[in-house]
Design a protein around this ligand. Structure first.
Ligand code: ZN
Length: 150
């Protein structure tokens, strides 16, 4: 388990912001895998990071104080003490985003392909459902495009 995999998505992104804005100071190396720092956010927080046991990391901010939560201050400290970790995180996020976009593209193509296999009755049923559930402009557009009168 790494610090990143123990933190929420928003703590990772906010931690990255804090790292980039150089809000981490007074970094001290306690051992090969332990560091302390001061992170200035809405207040100044004292952070202890344990790279081997991320859940043992601590921060005295309201979110993490006394709990086993990996907050943005711990993440910001992690990015500051492990060379290349911020770049690696950003690269990984970009890769995941591309992967998701490709997945959605393939899924869309398969949905269109599936439409072609449906019977007229099934299509009417689906379209009626869309008329009832989709935003009104979709129905209005259909009415307008096909000159349907009341
Ligand atoms: Zn914190």
């Amino acid at each position: 388990m790494s610090i990143i995999s123990c933190a929420s998505g928003s703590s990772c992104w906010r931690g990255l912001d804090y790292y980039k804005m150089k809000k981490v100071s007074n970094i001290k190396k306690i051992s090969e895998n332990e560091y302390t720092s001061i992170v200035s956010g809405s207040d100044k927080y004292t952070v202890y990071v344990n790279l081997i046991h991320p859940r043992q990391s601590t921060c005295n901010c309201p979110l993490a104080n006394g709990k086993r939560i990996v907050c943005k201050h711990i993440v910001a400290t992690y990015f500051s003490v492990v060379a290349g970790s911020a770049k690696k995180f950003e690269k990984e996020q970009e890769r995941l985003e591309r992967e998701y976009e490709n997945y959605r593209e393939r899924q869309y193509k398969n949905a269109i392909r599936y439409l072609h296999t449906m019977t007229k009755d099934e299509l009417i049923k689906e379209l009626t459902f869309i008329f009832n559930c989709a935003p009104e402009w979709i129905y209005d557009g259909f009415i307008r495009d096909h000159n349907i009168e009341g």
